[in-house]
Design a protein around this ligand. Structure first.
Ligand SMILES: [Zn+2]
Length: 113
């Protein structure tokens, strides 16, 4: 399961951050996930609950901020919101574009004590 490996990675990163700050308990982890990142948020939360058992983050809350997809048209250079990779430009209908936003998966903040 894709989300389970992401959850494991997030946990490792968060624990590293918390240890660096001299903390022993992770309270909250804030993530930014793009709508086009291909991550199922429910599955990620569920996976995180599983992997964080008996860790510093056992009771931590996962806060997820969703970033909408945005593309830049290769035909007319307009930027427009997209739900998927294959949406045509609303201005000139070309389907060639570059994704500007929406594929990210970042850990924004770790709140620990
Ligand atoms: Zn266009």
């Amino acid at each position: 399961m894709h989300e389970l490996s992401i959850a494991t990675h997030i946990l490792e990163l968060a624990e590293e951050e918390a240890r660096k700050a001299g903390c022993t308990k992770i309270l909250d982890i804030e993530l930014e996930i793009g709508a086009l990142a291909g991550v199922q948020q429910d599955a990620l939360c569920f996976g995180f609950e599983a992997v964080s058992k008996n860790s510093m983050a056992e009771l931590a809350t996962l806060t997820i901020i969703t970033r909408q997809g945005q593309a830049k048209c290769s035909g007319c250079n307009a930027s427009f919101p997209v739900q998927s990779f294959f949406e045509p430009c609303p201005h000139c209908a070309t389907i060639l574009h570059t994704i500007e936003q929406g594929e990210e998966l970042h850990m924004v903040a770790v709140n620990a004590e």
